[in-house]
Design a protein around this ligand. Structure first.
Ligand SMILES: [Zn+2]
Length: 276
């Protein structure tokens, strides 16, 4: 609270400020903040994890230039200062960063408007023998990410199902952070969603995990969980959505093929976290 300190008015103003606790003097007007609504929620609802697909210096240059930005950037091996890993904050959390692009999650578009973005320095993938080969994340980088992600999740009360990969919210354009990102280990630290193995086994119901299922049935589950599944998309586009889901929740095989285990994982997630 600010009060003008013109001497002749001092006593009067101090009296005013002191007696009206919760009334804020804004200079040209006052704000009465004594009644607070119950239906008030943080504007930030989603935490998006990325990799930069570049080295640290180039990542920092790109993320501080005019076209894209992210709230946080974590080096592959964060330098230690006072025994603590150093993380770069490039955008204050109250401001919007341009990290998500055209995006969709659980009925919402423009995820930049409602999210915090964390970029991890990582080279992404290289094609070797026609296969995308991803680069593992450094344990020191994940160790730095964990307390930062926990802070953000706690401050905004972000739901586990809203801690997402960039690929989850833009599966047609993005792979990051890819299948080597340790989602399962993070979920054990209460960062993000993970299905209960017993429920996956229940839905698998003894059938072979890679037994084919109807793609439309799987996509229906993924749409209910939160992915954007437009009508009349091509088989290649359908495959991209399934791959994004598998990279997140079944990283040992992300071939984009509709199979029984992928379906069982989606059913177990829906049961645990509800529909998007
Ligand atoms: Zn990204």
């Amino acid at each position: 609270m600010k009060c003008a300190i013109v001497p002749v008015l001092l006593a009067l103003l101090l009296a005013g400020c002191a007696t009206e606790k919760g009334v804020v003097d804004k200079g040209a007007y006052e704000l009465d903040t004594r009644r607070q609504a119950q239906a008030a929620y943080p504007r930030v609802k989603v935490l998006v994890i990325h990799y930069t697909a570049d080295d640290f210096d180039s990542s920092l240059a790109t993320l501080t230039d005019k076209n894209v930005s992210s709230h946080y950037l974590i080096p592959a091996i964060p330098p230690q200062h006072n025994g603590k890993p150093r993380i770069w904050q490039l955008v204050p959390e109250r401001d919007l960063a341009w990290h998500a692009g055209v995006s969709f999650w659980r009925g919402a578009t423009r995820i930049n408007d409602t999210s915090i973005g964390i970029e991890l320095e990582n080279r992404g993938w290289q094609k070797i023998d026609g296969q995308k080969r991803f680069v593992p994340f450094e344990p020191a980088q994940i160790a730095a990410l964990i307390p930062l992600a926990k802070d953000i999740i706690q401050r905004y009360d972000i739901k586990p199902q809203n801690v997402v990969a960039h690929a989850d919210i833009a599966p047609q354009r993005k792979d990051d952070p890819g299948p080597l990102f340790p989602w399962q280990a993070l979920a054990q630290q209460r960062i993000g969603a993970w299905p209960d193995p017993a429920r996956v086994a229940f839905y698998l119901n003894g059938q072979p995990p890679y037994q084919p299922v109807e793609t439309s049935a799987l996509l229906d589950l993924l749409a209910r969980y939160g992915y954007e599944v437009p009508e009349n998309i091509s088989p290649a586009q359908q495959k991209r959505i399934i791959m994004a889901f598998q990279m997140h929740f079944r990283p040992q095989l992300w071939n984009g093929v509709s199979d029984k285990e992928t379906m069982a994982i989606a059913e177990a997630l829906l049961e645990k976290y509800g529909q998007g």
